[in-house]
Design a protein. Structure first.
Length: 77
């Protein structure tokens, strides 16, 4: 079973990545669905940390995938 905070962070990243919403709005929406304060904090840390390091992650993924980001599944990028 995937922890609720991780599921919420993934939903935030999908919403922001697709351009549907901004980070603050996506976090606010997902945090209302998490009853535990620790899960709300963890979801925020995962989402903001992932976005902060996205450039580095993209570089590493592209290097190991051997193909451009546009050819990868949306869940990977």
């Amino acid at each position: 079973m995937i922890a609720p905070a991780r599921t919420a962070a993934f939903a935030v990243l999908q919403s922001v990545g697709s351009g549907k919403t901004d980070l603050a709005s996506a976090l606010a929406r997902e945090r209302t669905r998490l009853p535990d304060e620790r899960d709300r904090a963890l979801a925020g840390e995962i989402a903001t940390g992932t976005l902060r390091l996205q450039g580095a992650f993209d570089h590493i993924i592209t290097s190991f995938a051997g193909r451009p980001m546009r050819e990868l599944d949306a869940e990977v990028i």
